[in-house]
Design a protein around this ligand. Sequence first.
Ligand SMILES: Cc1ncc(C[n+]2csc(CCOP(=O)(O)OP(=O)(O)O)c2C)c(N)n1
Length: 539
Amino acid sequence: MEVIHVTAESSPTVADAIIRRLREHGVRHVFGYPGGQITPLYDALYRTQGIRHILARHEQAAGFMADGYARATGNPGVCLAVCGPGVLNAATPLATSFTDSIPVLMLSGQIPIKGRGLRSGFYHENDQLSACSTFTKLQVRVEEPGAVFREVDRAYMATMDRRPGPVLLEVPLDVLRQPVPAPAPPVPLANTLMPSRPIDITALAERVESWRKPLLLAGGGVVSPYASQLFVQVAERLGAAMFHTLSGKSAVPGDHPLARGLPWHQATSDLTSMGPFFSPLFSEADGMLAVGCRFTQASTGSWTLPQPPALAQIDIDEAELGRHYPVKVGVHADAADALRALLAKLPGSRRQPWAPPVTPRAPWRLPGIDLLGTMRRLLPRDAIIAADITRLSYIMLSEFPVYEPRTFLHPAGFVAMGFGLPAALGAKAAFPNRTVLTVMGDGCFQMCGMELATAVQEKLPVIVILINDRSLTLIKAIQERRYESRFIGVDLRNPDFGLLARAFGLRSWQVDSDAQFEPALQQAVASGETAVIEVRVAE
Ligand SMILES: Cc1ncc(C[n+]2csc(CCOP(=O)(O)OP(=O)(O)O)c2C)c(N)n1
């Protein structure tokens, strides 16, 4: 239904002002899906140079694309969705960004001001600001044309302020069409929102230096090139063993001699009884410095991970300090700022590592096929991997080394299926010259597979590793473990994925052995085109 007549405007409107302002903030990509109340924003995009719109096939995918873009770049991802059904379709990615502290701006319209309130009869009527209030860090509504620059600045910059996260900005259709009364003021500098303040790190430095057997734990707050580098330097000075959480995966280079990976090397289906899988170093250490991490259920095996006798913590969110475990020293600061200050206080020499070298374990493999070894050999070091909610992703979190920050994208906190392909597309938009790959189960793929059309139309070639095991294995494993194998709702009758790929004009490979997987991945990487590699898991 389209009942709104949009006329061409000559002077800048609020919609023009919003798009131009975002461009001034550095936004170059907007992931979206159109609708009646946001047509002025689309028209503004049409008339504004230097900002690209990427059309998804569903607002959920647009949201995941913005999230994937933000995870891969560190800059806010921007998505655009119509008020009501569009924004609510994107509720899951917004909650994903909220849980993992990913900066995303969701830009939306709203029905005209006179229709405010429910049951007014306007189509798409909604109260999306309330609906999304528990999973967006800020909700902004612009009702006065004169407020547009201030409010767009506030919304955009809030995505990055202190703990990053998603912000919802809505503007009613009639306001979007109005002229802007005054010229744009200068764009405020990012650091005016979060002035860096002197951090007193003395107590922390004394504490960590007193430990003979220290551990360092990196969370998502350390996933940036600068923070990651500082984190590694602190570990080297202290001779500490470095662990990372699920969100902190790419913060620690997997081939560093002090890197010890996740706290566990294997997870159970319901994250209980994980004792045998925890690293023994947690029981042997005499202190741990945790940086930018939340101690989630998944990272700690439902909080049964043994804790060293002393914990120090650095976090941008004061509420995280001591939330799960008592802390001896808590530092409320940005991870990089605090690590830099800590480094300056530590002696310049490097201590000998106390933890024994890693003892290699037999690598995980599917019957007949070594996915991880082949992928690591064939993918460039800086390849970006978007790992959906599938068994292989959890194995990769534990066993697949990545080397650079922002190269492993995973919805660790909200655990939302359907993330992989769109997040990969978002990353590819940001880095057209890097290899981008997604790992998906057959369940995950069928939640967002239509985004293959986006990959083709928008020329965002990504590689899809699709594990076809005809089941929702992670849930089936719980039914096996807890419900005496009473399997219900977990077996999939799948389409022919090769034919499906062909319907999008894409090349695909069906593989079930090393001899097939290796050349398929080689060709897919070399082709520079979107490719689907279906890994057929034996019955
Ligand atoms: C949107 C959403 N719905 C349901 C779940 C619960 N869930 C977690 S894993 C999983 C199965 C995933 O299946 P698949 O993609 O085939 O991967 P596999 O488990 O087979 O490795 C389900 C249903 C979820 N995490 N997200």
